[in-house]
Design a protein around this ligand. Structure first.
Ligand SMILES: [Zn+2]
Length: 155
């Protein structure tokens, strides 16, 4: 029996193992399903809330340590960043459109989906952008595989 995906609205055939499937198999829709699940779990399960907060704090701590160690181990990168910051401070005549991501000023950024998906409620993420040396092997384990939905964490 054909259904319509809760996320993208397109028709799909539920798999026989999951007759109650409400999201199609597109990666975006599966991510939406995961977020919805996390949100519901967050509201209904105090243990899950506590675990998620603890996991997030532990991750933030690891991340902070990582960047501190990273910068200490690479004074030349920190020096370069400071020089870039100084040259940016001198004037606003930076053509942002021509900027490579690697030339973005270090700092916190809010990432919002554009164009906004009509079925998402304007979710956005705050991320820190810091230049890295791509060849550095230790940067591989910094990012989390699993997504924590921060909008669900704020009550
Ligand atoms: Zn879909």
């Amino acid at each position: 029996m054909t259904r319509h995906c809760t996320s993208c609205g397109k028709p799909f055939e539920p798999r026989p193992q999951t007759p109650n499937q409400t999201f199609c198999s597109l990666p975006d829709c599966q991510r939406a399903r995961k977020r919805q699940w996390q949100r519901a779990k967050f509201q209904s399960d105090p243990d899950y809330r506590i675990n998620q907060r603890a996991a997030q704090q532990a991750w933030a701590q690891r991340n902070q340590d990582y960047w501190r160690n990273y910068r200490e181990a690479r004074p030349e990168c920190a020096q370069r960043n400071r020089e870039q910051q100084r040259s940016r401070d001198r004037g606003p005549n930076v053509d942002l459109a021509k900027m490579d991501v690697c030339d973005l000023p270090t700092g916190l950024y809010r990432i919002t989906q554009y164009p906004a998906s009509p079925r998402e409620n304007g979710d956005s993420w705050v991320v820190e952008i810091t230049p890295v040396c791509v060849t550095c092997p230790c940067k591989m384990d910094v990012s989390r595989e699993d997504l924590i939905d921060t909008s669900a964490i704020r009550p």
